[in-house]
Design a protein around this ligand. Structure first.
Ligand code: ADP
Ligand code: MG
Length: 237
């Protein structure tokens, strides 16, 4: 199971939006996908519960920090191909658990607005992650094509790797989310391209191919699912 941690000390930068849209993209791509919500605000949990049955399913776990170890242990939760872990902004309140998550993460994504204030608060966090041996990738969120943010990007680039795919500012992220969808669930949506391409980039960084591509190349036996506590499932009320 590959673990993708979405983290930032800044609230409202798009952690949950990134987690749910990438999770939906991965599910459409044929992967088995799970999501875990460590944020007491439970935005991702509510989204997972709203998720309709006519789109690829995602297994969701609502997790307390005291149970965070289950996300990193070999047999902690039922295995899926990819697990997206959404975290709250107040990670400094849980340094031990957070360090463990960071250590086992296969990828750490840090969404960030390209504004001076947001960048200024993200940079020390990115530096701290790098100092602990992690390699965080910044995903610019709320991107506006005609805005000159070269200086802000320069600050981020000096502190971490910058994802070449940005997430645009789109009211439809919110609207789709309110119905339990990601943009990729909406056929023909203009914004689904950036999510699909962001997912393609994540796959490249993880060194994985879509299951369909793998099957064409070489038929693989399906891995056996390990049964562990599943706290909330796709479509649950
Ligand atoms: N790219 C975007 N365009 C428009 N709205 C967005 C975008 N990313 C996030 N949002 C909205 O901004 C708000 C905060 O995003 P959220 O993902 O909840 O941030 P966080 O989890 O970091 O606190 C939510 O209402 C969300 O739907
Ligand atoms: Mg959130």
């Amino acid at each position: 199971m590959l673990r993708i941690v979405i983290s930032s000390p800044k609230g409202g930068c798009g952690k949950t939006n990134t987690a749910r849209n990438l999770a939906a993209a991965a599910a459409h791509d044929g992967f088995t996908v799970s999501t875990a919500d460590l944020d007491p605000q439970r935005s991702l949990t509510r989204w997972a519960r709203r998720r309709p049955g006519d789109v690829p399913g995602i297994v969701h776990y609502q997790v307390e920090w005291t149970d965070a170890e289950a996300l990193t242990a070999e047999d902690g939760i039922e295995s899926s191909d990819v697990l997206f872990i959404d975290t709250p902004p107040s990670i400094e309140a849980h340094p031990v658990e957070m360090r463990r998550l960071i250590t086992v993460a296969d990828l750490i994504l840090v969404p960030c607005r390209a504004s001076f204030d947001d960048v200024e608060s993200a940079v020390p966090y990115l530096k701290a992650l790098r100092a602990s041996g992690a390699k965080p990738i910044v995903v610019i969120n709320f991107s506006r094509p005609r805005l000159n943010v070269a200086a802000e990007k320069g600050m981020l680039l000096a502190a971490a790797e910058l994802c070449p795919i940005e997430m645009g500012e789109r009211a439809d992220y919110n609207r789709a989310g309110s119905k339990g969808y990601g943009l990729i669930d909406i056929t023909g949506h203009v914004g689904s391209d950036e999510v699909r391409t962001l997912w393609a980039y994540v796959k490249q960084r993880l060194g994985i191919d879509s299951p369909s591509t793998q099957e064409e190349a070489e038929p693989q036996p399906k891995p056996k699912a390990r049964s562990r506590k599943r706290e909330a499932a796709h479509g649950a009320a």
